[in-house]
Ligand binder design. Structure first.
Ligand code: ADP
Length: 485
């Protein structure tokens, strides 16, 4: 059923210490476009998680001791293999996650870019020499790998959320145990097949999936794990981060967002519409940087709504493998229910639906019809919670200060967007937004060369960029006392 040019990419076991480990129990992976089971994956639990930590601990000294250039070479080989297998990896991703094939190809390129970026950064993990605080002192600061890293990743970007953690960890000299989402394990396991083929030593990169709470328990409490990196929902992230404090692990969290998308009267309307479409509807609205509240100034409100409506009407949700599909299914039935609940809540509070997309996908798929709502009140559910689906709601505002106030009235702080042709306003508003990322006249903010991450309850730590290695290294001060001759 899963037809790949390189069938070796399709594996269903855990990858521990360089070996493939089956298990007696399995769990099934569904294609969200049809509801059909596409694979049965080995269901592992706490024992396998401990074995993976054993393997990562055993592999750590030799990997950390390699020259940075040698680690870079391994990453470079891994990158090249990912790129060479793009078509198969994209197909696997569409089958288990649902996104249109073109988006899957884009994600594979994006995922690979983190590996090549951190292959380059591996050789630039520089230290510092500080002038001594006395004539006999020499102060040297070096950056060393934190040790064994545990990573837990979500289903919405089944490859890129992994490489943006594993890339910097391996570059820094750390070893990794990864638990991918049980909804999308095949993409993760295929990356491990390619890491193995790239010659990355046994135990440097391990994957265990199955019983998420049991595996999570080991990864957050085993004292040998020195760093925990999580991308996923805010409640799960908070709970796991709290467990990490028992052994005082380094933690980074990429949690939920509630992105405001602000359009001022003086905005370029075409740019704002295409920015809103990119930000709101990429991955069918299932990204943590998706526009969640579209705030539009009163003077441009009707024109912007009409222009956006004609684009929303072109959206067609179907099987991601079909050419005409520009929206995939949502990940599961709960996700579809949430979108419907947010839509109905907004309508009950006085909002109006002014445009709808189509559903062309097969029965049995988890499809949500895209919709655009106007006159959404500030207190609607869709403005307070992440919808994580193809539902766009417009909220009207009057003054610049109102936009900033509404935008910041949330516990989340990941991404925000501003559209204006007034340079001074663009700078003022960007600086006033309580977010880790601001897109100014753009709806696309993610790239491996820039820092990605939030503030407030969206988490901490930055992925990608010159700062991305920081979460995987510790500073060590060597304070030397030198005798005068
Ligand atoms: P979402 O599915 O909304 O992205 P989740 O936080 O549920 O967010 O999932 C993100 C990752 O966290 C997934 O890999 C999931 O398996 C994992 N996860 C969820 N609950 C737990 C838990 N109790 N312990 C460990 N991992 C968990």
């Amino acid at each position: 059923m899963i037809d790949l040019a390189n069938p070796e990419l399709l594996r269903t076991e855990a990858y521990i210490g360089g070996a493939w480990q089956g298990s007696e129990e399995s769990y099934s992976v569904q294609n969200p476009a049809s509801g059909e089971t596409i694979a049965h994956v080995a269901r592992h639990g706490s024992q396998s998680a401990s074995l993976a930590v054993d393997a990562a601990s055993a592999a750590l000294p030799a990997w950390a001791a390699l020259g940075a250039g040698d680690r870079a070479q391994f990453l470079r080989r891994w990158h090249d293999l990912i790129v060479a297998n793009t078509e198969d990896l994209a197909r696997l991703m569409t089958l288990e996650q649902g996104k249109p094939l073109a988006e899957s190809r884009g994600e594979i390129a994006y995922a690979a870019s983190f590996i090549s970026w951190f292959a380059e950064e591996a050789r630039r993990i520089n230290g510092t020499v500080i002038p001594g605080n006395s004539a006999s002192r020499r102060l040297t600061v070096i950056r060393q790998p934190v040790g064994v890293v545990a990573a837990i990743t979500p289903w919405n970007f089944p490859a890129a959320m992994i490489t943006r953690k594993v890339g910097p960890a391996l570059a820094a000299g750390c070893t990794v145990v990864l638990k991918p989402s049980e909804l999308t394990p095949l993409s993760a396991i295929a990356l491990a097949v390619l890491a193995d083929a790239a010659g990355i030593a046994a135990g440097v990169f391990n994957i265990v999936s199955g019983d998420a709470p049991a595996i999570g328990d080991v990864l957050t409490t085993d004292p040998r794990v020195r760093k925990f990196s999580f991308t996923g929902s805010t409640p799960v992230g908070k709970m796991l981060a709290a467990k990490c404090m028992g052994t005082v692990k380094r933690v980074s969290l990429e949690l939920g967002g509630n992105a405001p998308f602000i359009v001022f009267d003086d905005a370029d309307i075409d740019a704002a519409v295409s920015g809103a479409m990119a930000s709101k509807f990429r991955n069918s609205g299932q990204t943590c940087v998706c526009a969640n509240r579209i705030l539009v100034q009163h003077g441009i409100y009707d024109r912007f709504a009409a222009a956006l409506a004609s684009e929303v009407a072109k959206l067609s949700a179907g099987d991601g493998l079909a050419d005409e599909t520009n929206q995939g299914p949502l990940i599961n039935a709960d996700a579809v229910r949430k979108v419907t609940a947010h839509r109905d809540d907004a309508v009950a509070r006085g909002a109006r639906i002014i445009a709808r997309g189509q559903v062309t996908g097969p029965a049995g798929g988890h499809f949500a019809r895209a919709a655009l709502l106007v006159d959404v009140p500030e207190d609607a559910l869709l403005a307070r919670e992440e919808t994580f689906g193809p539902l766009a709601g417009l909220i009207r505002f009057d003054e610049e200060a109102d936009a900033i106030r509404i935008a910041n009235a949330t516990t989340a702080g990941l991404a925000a967007y501003v559209f204006t042709n007034d340079h001074d306003r663009g700078v003022r508003v960007s600086e006033g937004l309580a977010y880790g990322i601001v897109g100014l006249n753009t709806g696309a903010v993610s790239t491996e060369v820039a820092p990605f991450g939030g503030i407030k309850e969206s988490g901490f730590g930055r992925e990608g960029s010159q700062f991305g290695v920081d979460d995987y290294v510790s500073l060590k001060l060597i304070a030397a006392e030198i005798k005068a001759k």
